[in-house]
Write a protein that binds this ligand. Structure first.
Ligand code: AMP
Length: 282
């Protein structure tokens, strides 16, 4: 497995594979890998000959008061895990390698980047769309795999790929969970033990919402059920509960007529957890 800290090194390796007619898949990550990331890697391997994983904690998608410095890192361990998965190359650029010559050119997807998490985290999605564009241009993959856990991010990347005509197939992969339902996340390690015990309430609330939807409950009732469950956990500070048309991410109301995406953002101390579920009408 190649470990490439430079764009030039990675481009050279990928160009050689491409000359041999091999299909290239990219899995972008910020590292501190868990089984959710590794499931994306396996999905990428099933659709390609060579999997490239990028590990880059992208500063431009973190706000001034966010956890950039505290974001967990374990590069050596990550590389061991990826080696075991048969990954062809890991791209591990420094911030300087990625942005050293930057003239502050950004890629923005205003409609999808300016709503929901985009209003709570100004600039976040501009950072995401810009770094993903750079990774797409550096790696030039045929396929790229992203998690449905970051539902708004996945929708935004699909839109960007359509709008800018990237010749890349985007694959969405379902959320992988711990046995108690907590969505796997690199941030979970930063939860206190008390918060870790309480955090599965996000999944429990999503499951309750699904049951209510199956019984024919309307959007307002589902929202009330979710908020009531989260309110029972004093340390859970709800940042947002959104019930949206799963295809357009527009807010919906009244009875469910199309699949809806329920997106939760809940803070435990310093740690912001997100979770999501797509629910079918009853
Ligand atoms: P991150 O390292 O958090 O930026 O995540 C890298 C990729 O892994 C993104 O496409 C995420 O949506 C995806 N991902 C993160 N957590 C999970 C999970 N629990 N299950 C599936 N995919 C995930």
């Amino acid at each position: 497995m190649l470990i490439c800290p430079t764009k030039a090194g990675l481009r050279e390796a990928v160009a050689a594979w491409r000359r041999q007619g091999q299909v290239i898949a990219l899995v972008p990550t910020m590292g501190f890998l868990h089984d959710g990331h590794l499931a994306l890697v396996r999905a990428a391997a099933a659709r390609s000959d060579k999997v490239v994983v990028s590990i880059f904690v992208n500063p431009t998608q973190f706000g001034a008061n966010e956890d950039l410095e505290a974001y967990p890192r374990a590069l050596e361990r990550d590389c061991d895990l990826l080696h075991q998965q048969g990954v062809a190359a890991v791209f591990t650029p420094s911030v300087d390698e990625m942005y050293g010559t930057s003239g502050n050119t950004f890629v923005e997807v205003p409609e999808l980047g300016g709503i929901l998490q985009g209003t709570l985290r100004p600039g976040h999605f501009r950072g995401v769309s810009t770094v993903v564009t750079k990774l797409f241009n550096i790696v030039q993959p045929d396929v790229a795999v992203f998690g449905e856990k970051d539902f708004q991010q996945l929708a935004l990347i699909r839109q960007m790929v359509r709008d800018l005509d990237f010749p890349i197939e985007i694959i969405g992969y379902p959320t992988m969970r711990e046995t108690d339902g907590l969505a796997m996340s690199s941030r979970n390690i930063r939860l206190t033990s008390e918060d870790r015990t309480a955090a599965p309430v996000l999944h429990a609330a999503l499951m309750a919402a699904e049951q209510e939807a199956a019984r024919g409950a309307d959007v307002e009732h589902i929202g009330t059920i979710i908020r009531a469950m989260l309110a029972k956990v004093p340390r859970a500070k709800v940042e947002s509960v959104d019930i949206l048309d799963a295809a357009t991410l527009q807010a919906v109301s009244g009875s469910l007529t199309t699949p809806v995406a329920i997106l939760l953002a809940v803070r435990f101390g310093e740690v912001l957890l997100i979770d999501q579920k797509v629910v079918q009408p009853g």
